[in-house]
Design a protein around this ligand. Structure first.
Ligand SMILES: [Zn+2]
Length: 245
């Protein structure tokens, strides 16, 4: 019995790596699948992972109908056992409905991979629909880490060094390479909820540690009251890392 499975997580948790591994495992058992992605960091028609793996893939445009496309490929004689669908958060709700129909009526497995929430901590439309329809939702076990070492559950958008919480839902950027001097205009950083709420990115934390006389975060942007300092937090220096998957 085919299944619609949604593998979810934050950025940096290894989704694309697992998507490629999933394809590899099924192909190694003689199954035939198609790989789809949308707005991959490496460009159109490539599914890439931060570990350096990549594979050719089909680009998902807004006008793609997964049902029509899969039916026409099968009608033309193609064997399709499964679909690997990366960056599924960017798919439309209608496309997720089409994927569910492919599972139910064509007995094709669909393995979808995506980020659940955007930089405002709101669900992406594709992820929302997948959570509603999937046979299983699996939270990836490779946990992305905030600069403080806690589990990261949010994706912060940083524009020219400043964390923002308003703007277009989809602006493609990337996590800055570790130690890179050139900062992209738009980048993303995974944060724990506490530091998301405080707008405390690794950059802001470093700036605060350089000036010990100033408060560790700007009170103007700190909407939450500060809890008593955690003993280990006050002694642990901020880690100047960008966690890669
Ligand atoms: Zn944190």
């Amino acid at each position: 019995m085919a299944e619609l499975v949604f593998f979810s997580g934050t950025m940096d948790c290894g989704k694309s790596t697992l998507a490629l591994q999933m394809d590899h495992n099924h192909a190694a058992r003689g199954r035939v699948g198609l790989i789809y992605t949308k707005l991959d960091r490496a460009g159109a028609n490539v599914l890439s992972s931060r570990l350096g793996l990549s594979r050719g893939s089909l680009e998902v445009g807004d006008d793609l109908d997964f049902w029509e496309s899969t039916v026409s490929r099968a009608t033309a004689g193609a064997r399709i056992d499964y679909l690997v669908c990366d960056e599924a958060q960017f798919y439309t709700a209608a496309q997720v409905d089409q994927l569910a129909r492919v599972v139910d009526e064509m007995d094709v497995d669909v393995f979808a991979f995506g980020i659940t929430t955007d930089f405002r901590t709101e669900l992406f439309p594709g992820s929302k629909r997948l959570i509603e329809l999937a046979d299983r939702v699996s939270v990836l076990q490779v946990e992305a880490l905030c600069w403080c070492g806690r589990r990261a559950t949010t994706n912060a958008r940083v524009v020219d060094g400043q964390m923002v919480v308003e703007g277009e839902q989809v602006v493609v950027g990337d996590t800055a390479p570790a130690g890179s001097e050139v900062v992209p205009e738009v980048e993303y950083e995974v944060l724990c909820r506490r530091h998301y709420m405080r707008r405390m990115t690794s950059h802001a934390a470093r700036a605060a540690s350089i000036s010990p006389e100033v408060l560790p975060f700007d009170l103007d942007v700190c909407a939450v009251p500060s809890p008593p300092a955690h003993p280990s937090e006050s002694t642990r220096p901020p880690l100047p890392i960008t966690q890669a998957d």
